[in-house]
Write a protein that binds this ligand. Structure first.
Ligand SMILES: C[S@@+](CC[C@H](N)C(=O)[O-])C[C@H]1O[C@@H](n2cnc3c(N)ncnc32)[C@H](O)[C@@H]1O
Length: 345
């Protein structure tokens, strides 16, 4: 058994039926995790107090669609801001990085990375890495339709340990983690990811990181509490994922969406707050979970960075910023980085 819709099994090496094996412009490597990982995460996260879950479980097919809809809300400035930055600087980034291969971690719909592909002259191999296979597949076919010289070598699986992924190495690579996705990792997890990536990087490889910045609390709180209720639906959807995968009996009406910026921790936290005391059964994880009235389950952190904390994060992993792109209001940062030469860690 494997993980939810987005973690669903695919043929080991899938080739689009429209393509011959020789041309194979679209292939998928299945590195999705067995359900055991979900069971372990749920036992560790719900079997203790305070309760928490890793953000990756949001992204079944419904969650991915809701995320895309959130990106289009007036309150959710990060997507628009990063999109404008990429549109403006894609040519310079591709010029500086000169990649033969673009590896994108947590690629999702790949709408923003499309600016990078459009700025590339000639052939390129695009390697989207995401837990959500249907979303990768839709994006891959859209991109192949637009860029005839593109090849897509998708990896369905988790990006946290790039060192363990079957990444091509037949030319200079641009690794990208945009969309503020690194903010979903705690500091130690983010450093582990970056160190694993840096160890994989050669002198010609580059890394493009997109991070959200610390800004007025009201702007951040609005971004995670959109008036249309899409973020609330996205948050609550994780209970459907757990019910489906673990035969659970979570009832969404027993919870409310809660999201706020913690100025001290410099992170937005998203929680599900129990409206009353109740009990939930998750037979698939052999777990019974009691919620007190008002108790919360933390479902996501989204860390926000200052220029200083961003530089510190890269340095802790043995990386160095080469170029920093930010809009006038400094709401978002795109950083092009390289591995420090001579770093042994
Ligand atoms: C915040 S969204 C960003 C999507 C896209 N890069 C963008 O900028 O709009 C995070 C993406 O990472 C994927 N994701 C989340 N956790 C992941 C993990 N541990 N491994 C691989 N992909 C993951 C989700 O499916 C989703 O597509």
């Amino acid at each position: 058994m494997r993980l939810p819709v987005c973690f669903r099994p695919v043929a080991r090496m899938y080739q689009s039926p429209k393509q011959t094996a020789e041309a194979a412009p679209y292939r998928v490597h299945d590195r999705s995790q067995p359900t055991d990982t979900l069971v372990e995460d749920v036992r560790a996260g719900l079997g203790t107090s305070p309760k928490r879950l890793p953000a990756k479980y949001f992204y079944d097919e419904t969650g991915s669609r809701l995320f895309e809809a959130i990106c289009a809300t007036p309150e959710y400035y990060p997507t628009r801001t990063e999109d404008a930055l990429l549109r403006m600087h894609a040519a310079e980034i591709m010029d500086l990085a000169g990649p033969a291969i673009l590896v994108e971690f947590g690629s999702g719909s790949a709408e923003k990375s499309e600016h990078l592909l459009a700025a590339q002259d000639g052939e390129l191999v695009y390697v989207p890495v995401d837990v959500c296979e249907p979303v990768i597949e839709i994006a891959a076919h859209r991109l192949l339709g637009r860029f005839p010289a593109l090849r897509v070598e998708a990896i369905v699986g988790e990006y946290e340990r790039p060192g363990d992924l079957p990444l091509p190495d037949s030319g200079a690579r641009l690794f990208a983690l945009i969309g503020s996705t690194i903010g979903n990792l705690a500091e130690a997890e983010a450093v582990d990811f970056l160190v694993s990536l840096r160890r994989r990087m050669g002198p010609a490889d580059r890394f493009l990181l997109g991070v959200d910045r610390v800004k007025p609390t009201a702007v951040l709180n609005a971004a995670y509490n959109d008036a249309a209720g899409l973020t609330a639906a996205f948050n609550l959807n994780v209970l459907d994922v757990l019910n489906r995968e673990l035969a659970g009996d979570f009832r969404k009406q027993e919870f409310e969406h809660l999201a706020f910026f913690d100025e001290h921790k410099e992170q937005v936290e998203m929680h599900l707050r129990a409206l009353r005391k109740h009990r939930v059964h998750l037979p698939g994880a052999e777990l019974v979970v009691d919620f007190d009235a008002g108790e919360t389950l933390r479902t996501e952190i989204s860390r926000k960075f200052t220029r200083a904390s961003l530089t510190r994060l890269l340095a802790a992993a043995g990386m160095r910023a080469l170029r920093h792109f930010t809009p006038e209001n400094e709401y978002f940062s795109l950083v092009l980085a390289a591995a420090e030469s001579g770093h042994n860690g």
